[in-house]
Ligand binder design. Sequence first.
Ligand code: URP
Ligand code: ZN
Ligand code: ZN
Length: 465
Amino acid sequence: MGTLIKGGKVVSSTSTTLADVLIEGETIARVAPGIDAVGHTVVDATGMLVLPGGIDVHTHLDMPFGGTTSADDYEWGTRAAAIGGTTTLIDFALQSMGRPMTEAFTTWRTKSDGKACIDYGLHMAVTDLGPNDAWLDDVNAMVAEGISSFKIFMAYPNVLMVNDATIFKLMQRTAKLGALVCVHAENGTVIDVVVQQILAAGNTGPLYHALSRPVETEAEAVHRVVTIAELTGASVYIVHVSCEESMREVKAGRERGLPVMGETCTQYLVLSIEDDMGKPGFEDAKYVFTPPLRKKKNQATLWEALKNDVLQVISTDHCPFRFADQKTLGLGDFTKIPNGGPGVENRMQLAYHHGVNEGRMSLERFVEVTAEAPAKIFGMYPRKGILAFGSDADILIWDPEAKYRITAATQNMHTDYSIFEGFEVKGNARQVYSRGECIVDGGKFTGRVGRGQYLRRGLGEVLAG
Ligand code: URP
Ligand code: ZN
Ligand code: ZN
């Protein structure tokens, strides 16, 4: 006896078909039209879309940063993700400078195990290759633990930033192993000088965070890291591409046949410096994240890049801080505002509404950029990212007509504001299944805290241009 999702339209990156989905245990037993209902519990999905559960590959849960810790722990962050239709996320374990990567792995598993509500993997954020580069061997150890992607920061000097020598050595190693390097691309050294000059001129408000990080500082770093990747033969994935100038660098790399891929995030697709910043008082601190919001014209460019496969993924960079007692650490000095914003709960709604409803991408491409491509790039396919025989039964019953107003008053993320406050969307998850279990019904979490499993990921695929 299984659960039969009947009468919906099943969507993949290549097709939308009227079909039933039979779940047996934790996996999908059959996808076909007209499956006999006898002996099964039937869930009527007439008029609904049936989608693979969303995959958000860029979150920062329970992360120490900017003198505080991100406001969602694994329980709250993964529950909010589930309610918004995300059934898998990949979070970042952060290597402390002077400590091995293996320690960061243990620390992050301690934060997550017993708390996660959905399945999750980890990337390793590399900050230090250790004495005589001894911790380069940790890269092999991490791959054996299911961490097949490594993050480097080209920004945040003295905190997380690594130099080009470290990038080069890390990439030589990942190229050998077939692992992926994910890059926060901003020229941290130049930005630091600009920041000091801005502060010296007496400018301390939150808008100056954005003004201190011009698009050229992002594009230069993308160009540099793509060049280092080319030198070493490494595959590279540029996180949070925010502007046309950076997108062009990704495009140029792909057109040269290099294994270069990239994501953008919901905030860069629907928010802008003109529409959302320049507010009175300290309000702009809510939008202090890096890269910062860009001019509105970049939104169309990024949607186009997603549609044309210059960028492959929409993620969130969910890194929430409360306004009242965390963002205000930077009152009087924008460099002390913890960088990051909440978003994991709203990614699917915003991408669907502004992407599919508003004609910027097809339904199939929506499924690809929110689930299938992330699963492939990060070594989880076909277990995740598709509704097919043998795959995990991570399924959204998506109501394309459901109207929803995003507001901090009703959200599940633990911030006292929403960067998308007042956005009206059409299209929302009615039910969410994770490994065969209905964990969200009508916007309410019905699963058990701690049920989420750590995913040992394999090596990912390069989605070439
Ligand atoms: O401002 C941001 N994006 N905070 C999280 C860390 C990062 O840079 O991804
Ligand atoms: Zn970043
Ligand atoms: Zn991030």
